[in-house]
Design a protein. Structure first.
Length: 117
């Protein structure tokens, strides 16, 4: 499975960005899709995930009400809409998938999000 993340950039605090993750596989109905982020020198942290077939979502507490994860079956993408961005949201954002297994084992290359104050 190959993942390609895009949509990162520079935005002012309070602004919005939409990240997109293109998935190479077509038969991904049982996949768990997730977004994570990492700041240099810190652990990678979970942001949000969804089940591709049912669209069941879950979020980290620090993004609830600000970020929304969604899927586009026609485009085979998983998107992360980020609103009310804060400087502490600055990080490299990664999409990942379990590929039908129990662990996240396939990762995209990451896209940098920078939020200026």
């Amino acid at each position: 499975v190959q993942l390609q993340a895009s949509g990162g950039g520079l935005v002012q605090a309070g602004g919005s960005l939409r990240l997109s993750c293109a998935v190479s596989e077509r038969t991904i109905s049982n996949y768990l899709m997730g977004w994570f982020r990492q700041v240099p020198g810190k652990e990678r942290e979970f942001i949000a995930q969804l089940t591709w077939n049912r669209g069941i979502t879950s979020y980290a507490d620090f993004v609830k009400g600000r970020f929304t994860i969604s899927r586009d079956g026609a485009k085979n993408t998983v998107d992360l809409q980020m609103n009310s961005l804060r400087p502490e949201d600055t990080a490299v954002y990664y999409c990942a998938t379990t590929g039908g297994g129990g662990q996240y084992e396939y990762w995209g290359q990451g896209t940098l999000v920078t939020v200026s104050s």
